[in-house]
Design a protein around this ligand. Structure first.
Ligand SMILES: Nc1ncnc2c1ncn2[C@@H]1O[C@H](COP(=O)(O)OP(=O)(O)O)[C@@H](O)[C@H]1O
Ligand SMILES: [Mg+2]
Length: 251
């Protein structure tokens, strides 16, 4: 079962084909790693999937719906959420409010319909609050509910950003270098969280430079180089591939 299919996806910047005829089928459920040297086209691929960039050609299907050509809003509404390299939480808002807002902001929800019925407001508010608490706990930020996001460490802010994705109800999570800039102890929590999310039935695709991380949690790996998929399969096999070792590891 595939959750997303890319067919011949291509995008150039000037003369440079950042993503060059990429065809990938992403399994539903589990954790897929996207690896490759700097400039390989990994982030561009995420931008194409989430609609932030237009394709030059090719097709992208999510849940058998063609999504290339849709707006980022429409794509998010279908269930694709994104963690950016630079995190992007509301720094001045509390942890709990960050998560609450993610729930209300989710394109599938209509805050307006809630506002027009007082009775439903109370119920919905209670429900939303309970759910926000649940996700804060799920990502391991219990006790930080009332702290402003800016008081958290960078790693904790990533956990918060992930809590926002979970509250938003996205079933496919695109995580761009979740472990980057995070201290080793926090990386451990982050990996456990990613496994827990996958175990709960959501699909994760993540970009990663740390091969230890890839070997530890990825079920499948795609290796990109100069915009093309060079190798894919189980992490051990991909990282043992000669071309991958030459292009990436320099050995
Ligand atoms: N908006 C852009 N305009 C011009 N060139 C870009 C843009 N985004 C990415 N590129 C180029 O496309 C290539 C792939 O970049 P990127 O997808 O960020 O690689 P990765 O995430 O694998 O490091 C790089 O050569 C980069 O300079
Ligand atoms: Mg990148």
């Amino acid at each position: 079962m595939y959750i997303m299919k890319l067919h011949n996806v291509t995008r150039a910047f000037g003369g440079l084909r950042a993503v060059d005829e990429v065809s990938i089928e992403f399994s539903s459920g589990g954790i897929t790693g996207l690896i490759g040297p700097n400039g390989a086209g990994k982030t561009t691929l995420f931008n194409l999937i989430s609609g932030l960039l237009k394709l030059d050609c090719g097709e992208i299907y999510f849940d058998n719906i063609r999504v290339d050509g849709l707006t980022p809003w429409e794509i998010a509404k279908l269930g694709i959420g994104r963690l950016f390299q630079d995190v992007r939480v509301f720094k001045k808002l509390s942890v709990l409010d960050n998560v609450l807002l993610a729930k209300l902001q989710h394109p599938g929800e209509s805050p307006l319909s809630v506002l027009f019925s007082t009775r439903r407001v109370t119920n919905a508010e209670k429900e939303n609050l309970g759910e926000a608490h649940k996700w804060v706990k799920f990502v391991g930020l219990s006790g930080k509910e009332n702290s402003p996001a800016e008081s958290l460490s960078f790693g904790q802010q990533k956990l918060l950003a992930i809590a926002r994705l979970l509250a938003g109800g996205y079933k496919l999570l695109l995580l761009d270098e979740p472990s980057a800039g995070v201290n080793p102890a926090m990386i451990k929590s982050l990996l456990e969280l990613m496994k827990k999310i996958a175990d709960a039935g959501r699909t994760i695709i993540f970009i990663e430079h740390n091969m230890t991380v890839v070997l530890e949690i990825a079920n499948w790996v795609f290796f990109l180089n100069e915009g093309r998929v060079i190798s894919f399969g189980r992490p051990d096999d991909v990282l043992g591939n000669d071309e991958v070792r030459k292009a990436y590891l320099g050995v």
